[in-house]
Design a protein around this ligand. Sequence first.
Ligand SMILES: Nc1nc2c(c(=O)[nH]1)N[C@H]1C(S)=C(S)[C@@H](COP(=O)(O)OP(=O)(O)OC[C@H]3O[C@@H](n4cnc5c(=O)[nH]c(N)nc54)[C@H](O)[C@@H]3O)O[C@H]1N2
Ligand SMILES: Nc1nc2c(c(=O)[nH]1)N[C@H]1C(S)=C(S)[C@@H](COP(=O)(O)OP(=O)(O)OC[C@H]3O[C@@H](n4cnc5c(=O)[nH]c(N)nc54)[C@H](O)[C@@H]3O)O[C@H]1N2
Ligand code: SF4
Ligand SMILES: [Mo]
Length: 669
Amino acid sequence: MGAALPEAQEIHSFCRICTAMCGITVTVEGDRVLKVRGDDAHPLSQGYTCPKGRALPDWHHHPHRLDRPQMDGQAVDWDRCLDDLASRLAAIIDESGPDAVAMYLASGSAYDANGRRAAERFLGAIGSRQKYTATTIDTPMRPLVAELMGGWSGLTPMWDQEAARLLLLVGTNPVVSHGHGNGIADPIRRLRNQQERGPVWVIDPRRTETARLADRHLDPRPSTDYLILGWLVRELLIDGADWAYLREHAVGIDDLTAAVAPFTLDRTADGTGLEAAELLDLLAAVRTAGRLSVLSGTGVSMSRHANVTEWLLWALAVVTGSYDQPGGMWFNPGYLMQLDTRDWQPSDGHPEPGPASRPELPRRFGEYPCAALVDEIEAGNVRALVVVGGNPLIAFPDRDRTQAALASLDVLAVADVVETDTTELATHLLPVAGQLERADVPWMLDAYQPAIATQFTPAVVPPGADRRLMWQAFAELGHRLGVGVLPRGIDPETATDEDLLALIAERGRSDAATVLAARRGLVGEARPVHGWVLDRVLPDHRWRLAPKPLVEQLADLDHPEPLVLLPRRQMRTMNGQLRDLGNVGPEVLIHPDHGIADGQLVQVTSAHGDLVGTARTSDEIATGAVSIPHGWANPNVCTLTTAEFDIDPLTGMVWQSGLPVQLSPAESA
Ligand SMILES: Nc1nc2c(c(=O)[nH]1)N[C@H]1C(S)=C(S)[C@@H](COP(=O)(O)OP(=O)(O)OC[C@H]3O[C@@H](n4cnc5c(=O)[nH]c(N)nc54)[C@H](O)[C@@H]3O)O[C@H]1N2
Ligand SMILES: Nc1nc2c(c(=O)[nH]1)N[C@H]1C(S)=C(S)[C@@H](COP(=O)(O)OP(=O)(O)OC[C@H]3O[C@@H](n4cnc5c(=O)[nH]c(N)nc54)[C@H](O)[C@@H]3O)O[C@H]1N2
Ligand code: SF4
Ligand SMILES: [Mo]
C-alpha cells in the first residue's frame, strides 16, 4: 500500500440551501464529503435537517459539477476565460454604455456573503443599473407593502414563537418550504410548540402537509384571501381592535374602514366558497387571541391580488396591535445588520420608471423587475447578462422566449456550481466554489432568523478541481476592467474568505473574532425584541393603514376563475436544484373529478402556453385548482406564465398563482 488513507473528520457548518440555515455536522475524509447530519448542539435547529441538507454530499460530488471554466462549451483556463470575458464586456460598455450589461442575482448566491457582495459591487462599479434579482419573481409584494405602510421596504414580520396565541398561515406551507421570509428549521416541532400556546390556522386551497397538522384548515377559492382578511379587519374595527395601539401607531383608520366596508360576511362566504360558520370561527379565534402572528407565502405573493392581500394581512396585524408587540409579530433587527441602530428616512414608496423597453414596469428597491429582462435583451438594450447563482430557464416566465433571448446575447456569463439548463447556453462559464468549499456568515438573511443570532462556518473542504471562490472571480474581472470590487485595503492576491467576512462581522453585535469563532451558532438575544420599528422606522411612529395605490388596486379586483394554477414546493428539491439526484418529478396535482386518471398524461393549457405532465389525483386539492411545482425542464411550468400581459403594475410581478388554465387528457408528452 502507498500513502496512508486520510482519516475521517467531523466539521461543524451550516446548510446554505434555504433560509432555515440548519446547523450541520459534515463527515469528510480528505476531499471526500461522506455525510451530513443535523448538529444537536446548534441552538436554533437543534439537530434538525431536511432531505435537501442531507443530500449535500451527493450534490458536492455531483456527476455534473462544474470543474473548469468554459468558453462556448470548451474547457479553458481561468485567465483565458476572464481575459476574454473582460474584453468583450469592455467592448460592449464602450459601444453601448454600462446599462448594456445586466446581472441576475438569485437563490444560489444568497448564501455566499462574500461572493454576492463582490458581484453586486462589480455591477455598481461598472456603472450599470441593470440589476435583477429573484425577488421580483417571488415576493415583491412584501417589500412594497412594507414600504407603503411602514416607510421601509426591508421590514419582515416574524412569527413570535415564544408567545403568539394564534398562528395564521395564508398561502404558505412551511412544513415543506421551511418558511417564506421566516427561516423555520424543524417546522413540525415549532408548529407543535405553537399549538401548546394557541391554535394554528391554515388558509390554503390545498390540504397541504402543514394544513394536515393544523388545528383548522380553510380551503377558499384561490385568490380570494383578500376577502377573508378584509372581512376580519372590518369586523375587528367594529369589535376587537386594539384602539390604544391604533391611536398611537396608525394613520388612515377611516380610509381603511371605508375600504373594507363592502366586505360583509355574505359576500366573503360567497366569494370564497367557505361556510359562514367557518369564517365566524376564525374571527372568534382572532378575538380570543387578541394579538396574532400571520404569515403569507407564494400562494399570496404570486397571485394577481398579491399587493392587496398582503396589505390587508398587515392591516389585520396592525388593527390587532400585533406588530412589534409581544405575542404578535416582531422584527428581527439582525445580529450582523443591526437594523435597530440605523437612522431611517421613511420612503413614500414612489418607484422609478422601468427600463427603456418596459418603462411601465417600476424600478423599486434598486432593481428592475425580472419581467422586463427578456424585453431588454430583445430590444438590444441588454447585450451581456451575468447570471449569479440563478437559473432563468426554470424561473422566468415565457420559457421559450427566455431561451431564445439568452441564446441571442453577445455574452452570457454564468457563475454556478453544477450544469443547469442555463449553463448550457453560457458563452462564459465560471465554476465557482460551492457552499462546502467556502467560509461564510449569513449576511443577507440575518433578519429572517427566529432569534437575533449569527453563525460562522469555515470551508469544510478546499475548492476542488479548478473552481474559484466567487468573490475572487469578480475581483479579477473587475481588475481587468479597471474597477475596484473588493473593499479598500483587501489584497485579492493574499486575502482569505475570513478576511472579507471579518469586515461584515465587525459591524455586528460583537467583534469580528467572536463572530468568526461562532462555529455552532451564536445567539445574541433568543427572545423577540420589540419597539425599534415603532420608535425608529415608522414615519412619525405610525403605520400608514390605507396607502392610496393599494386602496385603488382593491377597488379594481375581478372575479375568481373556474380553474387555476397553483405553485407548490417539493421536499427534496430547491427550485431547480437537486432535481437530478433521483427526485420525483413535477406531478400535476388535480382533484379526481376532472375525469383524468391518476398516472395519466394530462395537458395543461393557459392563455399563453401549455405543458404535458403526469396527473396525480387526490381530494387534497379543490376541483378549481391545479398544483404544479416549478423548477423542472420538462414539464416546465414557466411555459404557462408570461411577462407579456397581466403583470402587476405596482411591482412588475409575474402572475404565477391563480392564473386560469384548462385540462385535457394527453396521448404523449
Ligand atoms: N412559474 C413559477 N415560476 C417561479 C416560481 C414558481 O413557483 N412558479 N418560483 C419563483 C421563485 S420563488 C424563485 S426564488 C425563483 C428561483 O429562481 P432561481 O434562484 O433562478 O432558481 P434556482 O434553481 O434556485 O437557481 C439557483 C442556482 O444557483 C446555483 N447555486 C447553488 N449553490 C451555489 C453557489 O454556492 N454559488 C453559485 N454561484 N451558484 C450556486 C444552483 O446550481 C442553481 O443553478 O423562481 C421563480 N419562478
Ligand atoms: N423544499 C423546498 N423548500 C423551499 C423551496 C423549494 O423549492 N423546495 N423554495 C424556497 C423558495 S425560493 C421560496 S420562495 C419558499 C416558498 O415558501 P412557501 O410559500 O411556504 O411555499 P409554497 O409551497 O410555494 O406554498 C405556497 C402555498 O400557497 C398555496 N396557494 C396557492 N394559491 C393560493 C391562494 O390563492 N390562497 C392561499 N391561501 N393559498 C394559496 C399553495 O397551495 C401552496 O401550498 O420556499 C423556499 N423553500
Ligand atoms: S431545512 Fe433543509 S435545506 Fe433548509 S437549511 Fe435546513 S437542512 Fe438545509
Ligand atoms: Mo423564492
